[in-house]
Design a protein around this ligand. Structure first.
Ligand code: BGC
Length: 777
């Protein structure tokens, strides 16, 4: 019998003292909603991401361990490359006096599973009565080390409460994992070393990446380390050991540690399986590893991003949850890798990177950890060859970036077929890989944003200018001449419920912005670095392109606000049918609309999936008046279903800009609950990276009012009524600033040796190096 369900599965207020607003707890075990906790409580370090499936197995579980960048493509042309599910090293089956420990049998007298964000440790506390009435206390803890990126550490304690215990443990490295049925690995060597370390090797079957997994165990009874009787077994793609300690007396506690490691030939320092074994053999025990892991989180994460919301406990937890996942999802160790739309927390979107990185996640790193932002942009620079190939395949020039990206050379990896069409009964064609083209300008935009924040000239010379030029070369080749103007027809804009539209406002404006920036930097380099310009010109034929940029940019059609100040989302949107969206807006699951209509029908209605014109008004905000912003909000928001998780954050920021604090806050409340809230089905395929990056943007760019416009930093704080304070760091042109906003004061500390210039509520101020400025607001 499972324990009684409390009203809410997740609790946010269990943390006290140094852990106040750091803990998220699941209060009863719900075998029907395993996916939520597996993803939302997932552990990771950017090298790998481990779903928080339990040690013992359940029918509805989706176990997953994903190593960044290890893409593999299986079934020939039918499938696209994806991040394979590596062998599971966490499985442990406990047999207690002959009964397998399972929370769906016997009686759960107490259960709590907690993710501690501060220490990035997951724990479970259980009091279980077996079907035969025997009672046990069990605790489980685990972490994925931030200090040693290859390591997963688990610790289990078992205390028999009603009599002695004969324990049998079966613990494995299980390479039978699949990605929803697809096996990505060829079977490799399995071996036990020194009666202790299990090894399982595997190789991806198309990309030929070698994986080596190890696991070892340590047993302690009442503080005495011992080696129980054990046996090794090998099965297909699976190596496991059974352990049978001597009888454990009533009330004695046995502790079992399992330390596992994964190494792959994608690692920059990879040599071979033997060197990996030598490295793994020297790893310490749980507690020592944990100390190093905890210090890494303290020093590299929480001290690096000391973001604080005062006034609402949940909001403080939510921003920490965001920073936690931003850390877990980001392969900050390797510039050949990027961030998946579900991070490393599930199979959703196959580990692919989208515009989610540049527009939604990158601002966090650009502003708070520019080194990582640079690496993520370098990934785009290193993937230029794939973008050039895509352009050529489509008869364009320059770099046409893939809508979905995986490994550097892969080019476009968007799947072609998606969900079932309820009318035709056939799979729906996914057009984004062919015609969702705004990503090319989004990448150029992120490059420019990074440069403005950091003044990183070295990056610009090695990567940035080329990215801006190569993308502009694409756009000039993409534009179509019609009636003495240039247009972009047949695209999908951010609103993916409208396919094959002409002149999507967001796409046209961003393309125009991209062309103008290329012209600007061409002029600048001509003056300041003609040698670099010459090298880039030779590669990209910039002389010819420069002429074309000038001519075409000036004549590129930019949809203007109509008499009601509404910017047409595309050429036909405003003439389409309007239907009552109330039931769909109220639905608890996204995509409810598609239970009634298919995409062709939705294409003919004024229904928007997510921020489209709205994101334009945010990114290029100084090109539009407050009246235009308000009119467009009033027009589009009621027609927007927010069916993409990245929509609400943008709307919240715009609501702040429009001065509607309550609306901004209610949008934030919804955005911050997408993964962290009580909807137990929202995160099954993984957490929503863009939404999580968006939460940070709402806090810092929305309520904190931080904006970079035309190369200047502006601050216009507008705290929600319920907040009493907000603290966050920003890097601005080489200075590290710590901003503390309260109801009526603003304190900015410059923690660096360089003065910082910014505009506060319209007035320019200088924050002197190593000093603090206090102003009333
Ligand atoms: C959204 C895209 C987004 C993708 C990955 C889609 O549902 O419409 O804007 O890039 O999800 O998060």
């Amino acid at each position: 019998m499972l324990q009684k369900k409390e009203n809410q599965a997740l609790k946010y207020d269990k943390g006290a003292g140094e852990f106040k607003n750091w803990l998220i707890s699941e209060t009863y075990f719900n075998p029907e909603a395993l996916g939520k906790v597996e993803a939302a409580f997932s552990l990771g370090n950017g090298y790998m991401g481990l779903r928080s499936a339990t040690e013992e197995r359940y029918p509805n579980e989706v176990r997953g361990n994903f190593v960044a960048g290890t893409f593999n493509k299986f079934l020939g042309d039918k499938e696209v490359t994806e991040l394979p599910n590596a062998a599971d090293m966490t499985e442990m089956t406990f047999t207690l006096n002959g009964t397998t420990f399972q929370l769906t049998t016997g009686e759960v007298l107490y259960f709590e599973r907690t993710l501690n964000l501060k220490n990035a440790e997951l724990s479970r506390h259980i009091h279980w009565r077996s079907p035969y009435g025997e009672e046990y206390k069990l605790t489980f803890s685990r972490f994925v080390s931030l200090d040693n990126k290859h390591i997963i550490a688990q610790k289990v304690t078992i205390t028999p409460l009603s009599g002695d215990l004969n324990l049998k443990l079966n613990s494995s490295i299980n390479g039978q994992m699949t990605n929803t049925g697809t096996q990505h690995f060829k079977e490799g060597v399995m071996r036990l070393y020194n009666q202790k370390i299990m090894k399982l090797e595997a190789r991806t079957n198309e990309s030929n990446i070698d994986f080596t997994h190890f696991a070892r165990h340590e047993f302690t009874l009442e503080n005495n380390v011992f080696t129980p009787k054990n046996t090794i077994f090998m099965d297909r793609r699976k190596i496991f050991m059974t352990f049978e300690p001597e009888t454990i007396k009533k009330n004695e506690t046995i502790t079992i540690e399992k330390i596992s490691g994964v190494y792959t030939s994608r690692d920059k320092d990879w040599q071979n399986a033997d060197t990996a074994l030598a490295t793994f053999s020297s790893t310490a025990n749980y507690d020592t590893l944990f100390d190093a892991h905890r210090s890494a989180w303290k020093n590299n994460v929480w001290e690096q991003y000391p973001i604080q919301i005062e006034g609402v406990d949940f909001d403080q937890l939510a921003i920490r949850f965001a920073v936690y996942h931003l850390t877990c999802m980001t392969p900050a160790h390797d510039n050949r890798m990027n961030i998946g739309a579900k991070g490393l927390s599930g199979e959703g979107y196959k580990g692919h990177a989208f515009w989610d990185t540049e527009i939604f996640v990158l601002p966090f790193f650009t502003t708070s950890n520019p080194k990582v932002a640079r690496q993520l942009l370098e990934y785009r620079s290193l993937s230029i060859p794939g973008a050039v190939r895509k352009a050529k395949e489509n008869n364009y020039q320059g770099a046409m970036f893939p809508w979905e990206s995986a490994w550097l050379e892969d080019g476009e990896v968007t799947p072609i077929w998606g969900a079932a069409d309820i009318i035709t009964g056939e799979p729906t064609k996914i057009w984004s890989g062919f015609i969702e083209q705004h990503i090319t300008a989004d990448i150029a935009f992120a490059v420019w944003q990074y440069y403005q924040f950091t003044d990183d000239q070295d990056f610009m010379e090695k990567h940035g200018y080329e990215l801006i030029f190569a993308t502009a070369v694409f756009w000039q080749s993409r534009l179509e001449e019609k009636d003495n103007r240039y247009e972009i027809t047949g695209v999908v804009g951010p609103d993916e419920y409208k396919e094959h539209v002409d002149n999507n406002a967001f796409t046209n404006y961003m393309a125009h912005w991209n062309l103008e920036k290329a012209i600007h930097y061409y002029d600048l380099l001509q003056q300041e670095n003609p040698a670099l310009l010459k090298a880039l010109s030779d590669k990209w034929d910039l002389k010819t392109n420069y002429q074309k940029w000038q001519e075409k940019s000036a004549k590129l059609y930019l949809p203007q606000p109509n008499s009601e100040l509404v910017i047409p989302q595309d050429d036909t949107y405003l003439s389409k049918k309007i239907i009552d969206l109330t039931p769909y807006k109220a639905a608890s699951q996204v995509g409810a609309l598609f239970l009634d209509y298919n995409l062709d029908q939705v294409n003919d209605m004024q229904i928007t999936k997510q921020a489209d014109v709205m994101i334009l008004l945010y990114l290029l905000e100084n090109e539009f008046s407050p009246e235009v912003k308000q009119a467009n909000w009033d027009y589009y928001e009621p027609k927007t279903l927010h069916d993409s998780s990245l929509s609400r954050a943008t709307h919240s920021i715009l609501a702040s800009d429009l001065g509607d604090k309550d609306l901004a806050y209610s949008m934030f409340e919804k955005a911050s609950r997408i993964d962290l809230g009580q909807n137990m089905k929202s995160s099954d395929a993984g957490i929503h990276s863009a939404s999580i990056g968006g939460i940070w943007q709402v806090v810092v760019n929305g309520f904190g009012g931080v904006r970079m416009l035309d190369g200047k930093l502006y601050l216009h704080p507008q705290l929600p009524e319920k907040w009493t304070g907000l603290k966050f760091p920003i890097y601005w042109k080489g200075s590290r600033l710590l901003v503390h906003i309260t109801k009526n004061a603003l304190e900015i500390s410059n923690l660096s040796n360089k003065d910082a210039l910014l505009t506060l509520h319209g007035n320019e101020i200088t924050i002197l190096a190593n000093s603090t400025t206090l102003t009333t607001i």
